[in-house]
Design a binder for this molecule. Structure first.
Ligand SMILES: [Zn+2]
Length: 88
């Protein structure tokens, strides 16, 4: 069974194998997705700012974990350098 549907983005009529299909093509689906995201951001302009305020420790913890990993990388490199120097 096929369905005759109208794409809400380009208004073209297309044939779909599922009645739940919405858009005629991947391109129109992408456009719809972008529009939805843009509308969402417009409706929630301070979402990220408010999220940060509600989760004040998140970035601090992230930075702390990053510095720790960075330090471990440096130590590993220094160990390798020391090892190389010993072999000279
Ligand atoms: Zn379309």
């Amino acid at each position: 069974m096929t369905f005759e549907l109208t794409c809400p983005i380009c208004q073209r009529t297309f044939t779909a194998e599922h009645g739940s299909a919405k858009y005629c093509s991947d391109r129109c689906r992408d456009i719809a997705k972008q529009r939805t995201q843009k509308a969402w951001r417009k409706a929630h302009p301070n979402y990220h700012k408010e999220w940060k305020e509600k989760n004040p420790g998140y970035y601090l913890e992230y930075a702390r974990a990053y510095r720790k990993a960075q330090k471990e990388r440096e130590e590993a490199i220094n160990k390798l350098i020391k090892k190389e120097n010993r072999n000279d």
